[in-house]
Design a protein around this ligand. Structure first.
Ligand code: ADP
Ligand code: MG
Length: 228
């Protein structure tokens, strides 16, 4: 068992640079996509194959920029008191079709009695989307993912996302959250960096424990007061 603690200070600079680049890329990308769709029907048959590749590559750029955009500073956005059960329920709903396809059951425990916390709701949703997506991807044969709420102290709530997937070898745990670190064929290696960045901006902490071959738990602590 090993723990990864986020190195949030270093991440902030990288994250903000990345987010601003992503933002700059988004507008030209939207126009590229629009015009690509427009010429699709006019293409001669011989070029259809190249066109399919172009569309795939555009999708890939879109995925990378969308993951980077969530690094944008939550500080600049409004913090509101929101119940964590509602945020997680929305995410579970959002991911339910993907869960069904992957034969994964998303189970929640002790979330109803958690107090509301000051947060940027859309960003916390992105955190849970990233973490649950990773958990699903670690369980290619399906299974259960448990999302468990608790109150470790007066000032904090904790949400644990527990999977029973392939786990992470000890020596690789410290690499997680580094920009572009991914062990997946189509991974971006940006999800955990964005996740850490958002949790840090909420004055929270993120820890990861994993046992190779047995599963991984992400522990997210968030303060109950402040930031409003
Ligand atoms: P990506 O999912 O695009 O690869 P992430 O930043 O989300 O990028 O995750 C980085 C890496 O951390 C993953 O490629 C994977 O190796 C590892 N990882 C993250 N979460 C888990 C998990 N729940 N189980 C096993 N490995 C994980
Ligand atoms: Mg991921």
């Amino acid at each position: 068992r090993k723990t990864m603690l986020l190195q949030a200070e270093k991440l902030t600079a990288v994250g903000q640079l990345a987010a601003s680049i992503a933002h700059e890329i988004r507008n030209p990308l939207t126009s590229l996509k629009g015009f690509t769709q427009l010429i699709e029907k006019t293409l001669p048959e011989v070029n259809k194959h190249y066109f399919a590749i172009m569309k795939d590559e555009l999708k890939r750029i879109e995925l990378i920029t969308s993951e980077l955009l969530y690094l944008a500073k939550p500080k600049a956005q409004e913090f509101k008191h929101e119940p964590i059960w509602k945020i997680i329920q929305d995410v579970v709903m959002l991911m339910s079709s993907q869960a069904l396809i992957n034969k994964v059951e998303l189970r929640t425990f002790h979330l109803e009695d958690m107090p509301a916390i000051p947060c940027v709701g859309v960003q916390l949703k992105q955190v849970f989307i990233n973490v649950i997506k990773n958990a699903m991807e670690a369980m290619p044969n399906g299974g259960a993912i448990d999302i468990v709420g608790s109150r470790p102290s007066e000032d904090f709530i904790m949400i644990q996302v527990i999977d029973y997937g392939h786990g992470i070898p000890q020596e690789l745990i410290s690499k997680i959250g580094s920009p572009f670190y991914s062990t997946k064929e189509y991974g971006t290696g940006l999800g955990m960096m964005a996740t850490q960045q958002i949790i840090h901006a909420h004055n929270g902490t993120l820890e990861l424990t994993s046992q190779d071959g047995q599963g991984t738990t992400i522990h997210i602590c968030l303060p109950i007061t402040g930031k409003l």
